[in-house]
Write a protein that binds this ligand. Sequence first.
Ligand code: MHO
Length: 222
Amino acid sequence: MGLSDRESTRPTALGVDAEALPPEETATATFGMGCFWGPDARFGAMPGVVRTRVGYAGGSDPDPSYYALGDHTEVIQVEYDPAERAYEDLLGVFWANHSPFSAPHKRQYRGVVLAHDDAQREAAAASKTALEERTGKTVQTPVETLARFHRAEEYHQKYELRSTPVVADELEDVYGPAFVESTVAARLNGFVAGHGDADQRRELLAELDLSPAALSEVRRRI
Ligand code: MHO
């Protein structure tokens, strides 16, 4: 890739993110739903989701890491635009994308809602009851309150995108440490995992000045 390709990427990718809703205006949700790589991509592609990150929560160990998880669980944290998305929409994705009726074999991968406030706790409990009534089965997934979110190691963040080396290298180069918190990175992470629809992909890719090599790598994966 030539220097001019890199330079042309820089302003545009960051420019798209500059228009994303700032953190003070987003709402945040946290869920455990198995290995966190998958839901990071799934939620990242969802319109109205602004930022995603993966981490460890739901336990009491003060300093968890991937190889010393203690009593924590892998979780996905989703920042969303409350004007565009209801917490209930996220709950719908949550219930449909883990196994709520079977007890987890490992605490690391348990399904859990980690509510940020009373409203989330009530909405989650109501959706759990509704699922039980609809199916006649007992839901094993608990609704708990988030005490603290511990961000996971960088190599677990936007994992699908990192497995797309040309693109990830180029974007990490553009963003530096802001890569993980980028809306563009969240969307592309979802797209390369097969999420998002054709219009959504076309629209975002048209706004980005990815190098031809990176662009063809994204297209190859979707
Ligand atoms: N070890 C599993 C899941 C990784 S996830 C970050 C795998 O290789 O797919 O726990």
